[in-house]
Ligand binder design. Structure first.
Ligand code: GAL
Length: 422
């Protein structure tokens, strides 16, 4: 066959193919993902998702908006949604998923969720959060625990400090670290980090039931009660062990201070582990993770999830469905969570592939789920609307930034700020 005849055969074969298949080859479909996983360790975790989507033949468009806790990412998302140009997927969590669902912007993932049996893979509590009006509109990727304390044991040894299990022991350890010339508590002065410490203290002092009354029920008596005054008092005292130059510092920079042996401890959720892992450190050997003092038996959860927006292009929809499917596959759940520091959200995973901290987290999750111990994190968008959360953040950060602020006044401000935001 000569060249012209060969070409003729190719052209006539092409005319037999449906148009969509030709278009599919020309345009494999793009999935744009808006998230705030930009620290060294977290970026590695995202890479595993991107690699899988690309392996399936789709284009990954990364929309990473720096800023721990995601406030900056949420601002970008709102602006894009208002101008009618939302991404395919965005990191949206907790009750906020319902608000986006009510706007009619999210797509229903019925086909992917049924074909991949999400209802039987996910804990019911998690599935509920991901559904709007009975349909999955978001896919969860992990379960983070917020109430952790991260410890550098070498620094503790040098200072003669003991790993704390109670708040009194926490202050005793902090005193030893301070006396030995270390920063006792690494911290970044950003509202969400301040409130991460605040909610851990609330869980410790009020217990899980009191925590629930305060941050889920927004019960006024609990918010203004003597124990909440105690939470603020203890926060003020803890503030004296934090670096005074902490304003604006990112959480991963604070984590690096503990990793490098400049500071002794950090109060942070287990995404902090992603930094230890990325630095080649081994859980239980190079560092220790313990439940935040006084919160043993409780588990403040923070579930990262990707909510999916309505799209028009058929190929982009295929890419979006692929992302949703991949996110819950066992291989991805393993590598992503090994890098991210979190627990797989699937309940049927082999936990022997995870390190000591994640294994402990998995046991504690199950234990906490038996009683009242499992509580949604306020600081990480799981307990309230973002408006109420913002009101709490303001009060807590203003309080922590003013060493002479009055705890009794703070609880009144807390309650009225929440009322105004509700
Ligand atoms: C949380 C998020 C985590 C982690 C952290 C620090 O809100 O759920 O995955 O990224 O912020 O940015």
């Amino acid at each position: 066959m000569n060249a012209i005849n060969r070409l003729a055969v190719v052209v006539s074969l092409a005319s037999l193919l449906p148009l969509s298949a030709i278009a599919e080859n020309a345009n494999p479909g793009t999935v744009e993902v808006l998230h705030w996983w930009t620290s060294g360790g977290e970026a590695k975790a995202v890479e595993t998702l991107k690699a899988q989507v690309q392996e399936d033949g789709f284009i990954w468009k990364d929309n990473a908006v720096a800023g721990g806790g995601g406030a900056a990412a949420m601002t970008v998302l709102k602006t894009r949604a208002i101008s009618g140009n939302p991404p395919a997927a965005a990191q949206i969590k907790g009750p906020d998923i319902q608000e986006w669902g009510a706007l009619g912007l999210l797509t229903e993932l019925d086909y992917v969720s049924k074909a991949n049996h999400w209802d039987s893979l996910l804990p019911q509590k998690v599935a509920q959060i991901m559904k709007y009006d009975g349909h999955y509109v978001a896919v969860p990727v992990n379960i983070h625990r917020v109430n952790w304390l991260w410890i550098n044991p070498q620094v503790f040894d040098k200072a003669g400090a003991k790993v704390p299990t109670t708040l009194d022991e926490l202050f005793a350890a902090a005193d030893k670290l301070k006396a030995a010339g270390f920063i006792p508590l690494a911290h970044g002065g950003q509202p969400w980090q301040d409130s991460t410490v605040f909610e851990d203290l609330a869980l410790s002092i009020l217990g899980p039931k009191g925590y629930h009354a305060a941050f889920v029920e927004l019960d006024e008596q609990t918010l203004t009660g003597a124990q909440m005054v105690e939470v603020f008092k203890t926060l003020q005292r803890l503030g004296t062990y934090m670096d005074p130059n902490r304003a604006g510092r990112d959480w991963n920079i604070a984590a690096a201070e503990v990793i490098n042996g400049k500071a002794g401890m950090q109060i942070m959720g287990d995404w902090a582990k992603s930094e230890w892992t990325a630095a080649g450190k081994v859980a239980g050997k190079d560092y220790q993770c313990v439940a935040f003092p006084g919160t043993q038996g409780s588990f403040a959860y923070n579930i990262d999830s990707l909510a999916m927006f309505k799209l028009k292009d058929e190929n982009d929809i295929k890419a979006q469905n692929d992302l949703a499917k991949v996110a819950l596959e066992p291989e991805f759940q393993t590598v992503f969570n090994q890098n991210k520091g979190s627990l797989p959200v699937r309940q049927d995973m082999d936990m022997s592939q995870f390190d000591a901290c994640t294994q402990k987290s998995s046991e504690d999750f199950k234990e906490a789920a038996k009683g009242d111990g499992l509580q949604p994190s306020m600081a990480h968008n799981m307990a309230t609307s973002l408006a109420v959360q913002g009101a709490i953040f303001d009060v807590v950060t203003n309080f922590l930034n003013d060493p002479s602020a009055d705890p009794a006044t703070a609880v009144k401000q807390l309650s009225s700020a929440i009322k105004a935001a509700k």
